[in-house]
Ligand binder design. Structure first.
Ligand SMILES: *Cc1c(COP(=O)(O)O)cnc(C)c1O
Length: 317
């Protein structure tokens, strides 16, 4: 398991690459929720998502150990993050993406100079392909979430929230494979254990919710949700025990609630976020954790939405 020390070290290591993203507020959002809501704007990171944090922490570490070629499998943002930091450090990057990946994300990966291999539609297929490419030590695999360096990098979001909102009561965090929430929960619970950490998953991608309920890693057949960054079919071997230990609750939001939240943030706050980030706003707007008058932070995890996806929001924009 990672500790808060690993997260503090990660914060130092990645400081020259990431931004300390701002905290945004909206009175309307707060009054809808019945809580004081603030949003941690990770959609304003380089590559448009928090994934730059974990990827930078791990790619820097393996580069220091002599690696010149990194490989990953990702539905987009992690791929972009690895491509971006590899390009910056002068390393070769090969990114395995799903055949149905969001077009703007694939275009961005290409733009950072990485090689792209489209493969299948499930994370299992992509992970197998990536393993082939790295077998025999030809290259280093950078996992999207299930690695201590990646989890520690993502956890730096938690350190910044505690610093920027000293009186925060609860934090809503989107859950895919669990790298982001396991990092944030470690940072929070090992310094301010009274602060609640609440995971948010789409109803149709509820693998961590089910796993947490049953007390063991439980895979779902297919995560068919608009939140394309949360389609992992099961939590990680390393992330899940941290979630069990530190996460207070996991709540579910519907795809319609995600669309409403995304529209709200776009229309009222003038911020373009992606559906995977909108899940936390959806949870706050519908007060899934039954909080009243609390200081609640929603992690806006990313902003990489294709224009054609915006057009499909119910009711138009
Ligand atoms: C990857 C991702 C998530 C989920 O993060 P995990 O570490 O896989 O749980 C949430 N939102 C966005 C925008 C992402 O790219």
């Amino acid at each position: 398991m990672i500790s808060i020390n690993d997260i503090e070290n990660a914060h130092k290591s990645i400081a020259d690459v990431i931004r300390k993203t701002p905290i945004l507020t909206s009175r309307t959002l707060s009054s809808i929720s019945g809580n004081h809501i603030s949003l941690k704007a990770e959609h304003l990171q380089p590559i448009g998502a928090f994934k730059i944090r974990g990827a930078t922490n791990m790619v820097k570490a393996v580069a220091e150990a002599g690696t010149r070629h990194v490989v990953t499998a990702s539905s987009g943002n992690h791929g972009q993050a690895v491509a971006y930091i590899a390009g910056k450090l002068g390393l070769q990057a090969t990114i395995v993406v799903p055949e149905n990946a969001v077009s703007s994300k694939v275009a961005a990966i290409r733009g950072y100079g990485a090689d792209i291999i489209p493969c299948g539609t499930t994370s299992t297929e992509r992970l197998q392909k990536a393993e082939e490419l790295t077998s025999g030590g030809k290259a280093e695999f950078i996992p999207p979430y299930d690695d201590p360096l990646v989890m520690a990098g993502q956890g730096t979001v938690g350190l910044e929230i505690l610093d920027q909102i000293p009186d925060v009561d609860a934090i809503y965090v989107p859950v895919g494979g669990g790298g982001l929430i396991s990092g944030i929960a470690t940072a929070v619970k090992e310094s301010k254990p009274g602060v609640k950490v609440i995971g948010v998953e789409p109803e149709q991608g509820n693998d961590t919710y089910l796993s947490n309920k049953r007390g063991e890693i439980t895979a779902i057949e297919r995560a068919d949700t608009i939140a394309d960054g949360l389609r992992a079919s099961q939590p990680g071997d390393l992330t899940f025990p941290v979630i069990q230990k530190y996460v207070d609750d996991i709540v579910l939001v519907s795809d319609d609630e995600i669309r409403d939240a995304l529209r709200f943030v776009l229309e009222r706050m003038k911020q373009l976020i992606e559906p995977s980030a909108a899940v936390t706003v959806a949870a706050a707007m519908t007060n899934k954790a039954s909080l009243q008058g609390k200081n609640v932070c929603c992690v806006l995890s990313g902003g990489n939405t294709a224009l054609e996806q915006i057009g499909k929001l119910r009711g138009g924009v």
